[in-house]
Write a protein that binds this ligand. Sequence first.
Ligand code: 6PG
Length: 234
Amino acid sequence: MSPDTTPQHVRWHAPASAAALAAAVSGRTLELAGQAIEARGSFTIVLAGGNTPRAAYELLRRAEARWSDWHIYFGDERCVASDDPQRNSRMANEAWLAHVPIPRSQIHEVPAELGPVEGARRYAALVAGIASFDLVLLGLGEDGHTASLFPGHDVDLAAAVPDAVPVFAAPKPPAMRVSLSAGRLSRAEHVFFLVAGADKMDAVQRWRDGEPIPAALIRPVHGVDAFVVSAEGS
Ligand code: 6PG
């Protein structure tokens, strides 16, 4: 099937620094969590991997929130042991999750240590009951990838694609990963892209120019918010 033709609506935000990006994303996350918990008694959030989100996670670690009503998922995971330093879940635990009282039963790590196929199968089953995530956090790679959806791979928006997909030859090591699909990542009330670093600016420009980079295939009905800082670390 051809990729979905729903246009992607992007709201571009230009925080003054990486620290301002972290503050904006963590502050807005807390706001959305309060609204969701007030309205429905729970808040479901999909975490981004990589390094950029770390500062936002560290701010959330120090925040006051109804943590017992938070439910944590991951947009992708590397197929390494669950305690491997390369794990996205390990970064999130160390920066934030291990320091707040979210019930461990509500932190849903990807069983990527089982390998791409079994990990994707199990995670697809786990998220099947969630019609729409309240918030999805995503990063952007230099090549335009997001989560573990890479250019040149079969990033298909067809409804028949499972919610979680195996990745075998990721150009960003490690090669084997599990990723939520573009369609699954798009079934969300809010999607925030966290982008920092001069090395990402070419991908951002290609995105703005309308090129079909994987990030451009994330098309929630309410659009996406892209927080973009060209300088890193400041
Ligand atoms: C991963 C991430 C990946 C990441 C981007 C940006 O597992 O590597 O899911 O999509 O978000 O590569 O990474 P940085 O934030 O480290 O630049």
